[in-house]
Write a new protein. Structure first.
Lengths: 291, 281
């Protein structure tokens, strides 16, 4: 186990133990800044405490608490409708865009609360990038303009050509497109389009990257490229990935969180979750008994 | 065996009947085209497109000022209708699920069903009665009232066709909602919207009733928005109700010109929407 796991495990009392306990009063927004440093000295990039989310009256996410250390990958797994995508969409406040949807709880990035009323979700989304299930490049823009879209639309200065080249290299797409940056983004294959979308998300220099089943619409070769990419990206970014594919979670993540029926059943180092889970439901799911 | 034979007989009967219905439906359409072309083609000459109208009996003469007047007033109408119609359409697509949205949509539907002569009266009351004279501006206002509802509804439909994943992609980059609508959603829907604009322009170019007592008519060239202005449709109407054979022939020729203009706009709209669909494939 890497030091990151240890740190993560030390920071939060085992979340499964608190699952069915009373959540306790919410902390008022802002008071949690300057969270205590962990024993290992690594402060978590993301700290989620008693996060609840609703779609209308449907309580879709119940009392979720976990932490993600910086420069690591957390995978969220679980059967369809278990709340893992809702959890992901709370992290950049895309969840609240659904009519009638709301979220409550404490959500800290570097100790700063994100769910407070005074936090602007628009500027938050520049810090927390997102890659979606299906590649969604902007069809009216060229490859170059797609990567620079976040910079242009947000009027962020700098040398755009340089940023485009750097992020396309980070997304392992540069060599395939460097001679046709002006071509339509739709001329790329599905796997290339998804890497383009990753480059687009990286260009605004987020700190956290959310990936919602980023390879589910891709063939095995394109999937392998995306997974390799995740390994490289975690050198610089904190990544939370939702996946249906348990082998993928095992391959790419440092920590795994298992969601079921809107609850976080168990979270821990990936190796332990897959080999020695603490909960029967986790074991049943990872061994394929249901889901 | 008998049952199969009977079924085949019924099938043939209905195939023949529906084929016959198609033929009957085509009769008025083709006879309309044939009548206009056969009566109007003889009077067409290059001078007919560029000359001013002449008094009865005087040879030559054309509808140049009416062609220019039609495009001029449709241009004024577009200046008014495009921002309002497109803006309302984007609003309906993006925020149109509340009470206000339903009210706007209902109003657009009612407005689309208002007889065009009523639109003319409204424009008369709004503009002509206040300015105390007929004008191209009044004609443009009347035509814009014809264009706005159809523009709003078709813009809404084309904006709704844009996949929501594009909106999410833009919002996830930290782009504000209004800028996402303007810079991402609208350009993606633009192909369809251009088609809708061309169809609305073609519809306005073919309207007579809204212009009858707003722009009136004019025997001369006019590009002053404050003055009465000729249009193809009103010119056709005036020629057609006159007692002179000479002017009747000119009415046919002008009708052919109008058909060509409207037909060309429709063809262009079709071509654009088709090439757009191929581009998306």
């Amino acid at each position: 186990m890497s030091p990151a796991y240890e740190a993560a495990m030390n920071m939060e009392p085992a979340p499964e133990n608190r699952l069915f306990a009373d959540a306790g009063p919410d902390r008022p927004a802002g008071t949690a800044t300057g969270a205590p440093r962990a024993a290992g000295g690594v402060e978590p990039k993301l700290r989620v405490r008693d996060l609840n989310a609703w779609y209308g009256s449907n309580h879709a996410l119940r009392h979720v608490s976990l932490t993600v250390p910086p420069r690591s990958v957390m995978a969220a797994i679980g059967p369809s409708g278990c709340g893992k995508s809702t959890f992901l969409r709370c992290l950049n406040r895309m969840h609240e865009l659904v009519p009638g949807a709301r979220a409550e709880g404490t959500l800290l990035i570097d100790g700063q609360d994100l769910l407070g009323r005074d936090v602007d979700p628009v500027s938050l989304r520049r810090r927390v990038g997102m890659v979606f299930q299906r590649p969604n490049p902007f069809p009216t823009m060229s490859i170059r303009d797609n990567v620079a879209a976040g910079l242009k639309l947000n009027r962020i200065g700098g040398n755009h050509d340089e940023i485009v080249e750097r992020t396309l290299k980070q997304a392992a797409l540069w060599d395939e497109v460097k001679d046709r940056l002006g071509a339509s983004a739709l001329s790329l294959s599905g796997g290339q389009q998804q890497r383009l979308c990753i480059a687009r998300a990286l260009a605004v220099e987020p700190e956290v990257l959310l990936m919602d089943e980023p390879a589910s619409a891709l063939d095995p070769i394109a999937t392998a490229k995306i997974e390799d990419l995740i390994h490289e990206l975690k050198e610089r970014y904190t990544i939370v990935i939702v996946t249906h594919n348990m082998q993928q979670a095992a391959r790419v993540s440092d920590q795994t969180a298992f969601f079921y029926m809107g609850e976080l059943v168990e979270v821990g180092p990936t190796e332990r979750i897959f080999t020695n889970p603490g909960e029967q439901r986790t074991e049943d799911y990872v061994t394929g008994k249901f889901g | 065996m008998n049952a199969v034979f009977g079924r085949k007989l019924v099938d043939r009967f209905w195939t023949a009947a529906s084929g016959l219905a198609v033929l009957v439906a085509l009769v008025p359409l083709t006879s309309l085209l044939w009548l206009v072309i056969s009566h109007g083609a003889a009077g067409l000459s290059p001078s007919f497109f560029v000359n001013l109208p002449t008094p009865v009996g005087e040879p030559g003469g054309g509808v140049g000022n009416a062609i220019v007047g039609t495009f001029y007033m449709v241009g004024i109408a577009s200046l008014i209708a495009l921002p309002i119609g497109l803006g309302a359409g984007v609003f309906l697509a993006e925020r149109g699920n509340g009470k206000l949205g339903h009210a706007v949509r209902f109003t657009a539907e009612v407005l689309a069903g208002v007889p065009s002569i009523v639109v003319g009266i409204v424009a008369y009351g709004l503009v002509v009665a206040r300015m105390k004279h007929f004008s191209a501006l009044a004609g443009g206002v009347a035509l814009s009232l014809v264009m706005i509802p159809s523009l709003a509804r078709s813009t809404e439909e084309f904006v709704r066709l844009v996949p929501s994943t594009l909106r999410e992609a833009s919002l996830a980059l930290g782009v504000p909602s209004w800028k996402t609508s303007l810079r991402v959603i609208l350009p993606t829907a633009m192909g369809g919207i251009v088609t809708a604009v061309l169809l609305a322009v073609a519809r306005a170019a073919g309207e007579t009733a809204p212009l009858l007592f707003t722009a009136l008519n004019n025997q001369y060239w006019n590009l002053d928005p404050g003055q009465p202005t000729a249009s193809l449709t009103v010119q056709i109407y005036n020629y057609a109700i006159s007692p002179y054979d000479d002017w009747h022939a000119k009415a046919w020729s002008a009708a052919l010109v109008l058909l060509l203009v409207v037909g060309a706009l429709n063809l262009l709209a079709r071509f654009l929407s088709r090439s757009r669909m191929e581009g998306a494939r």
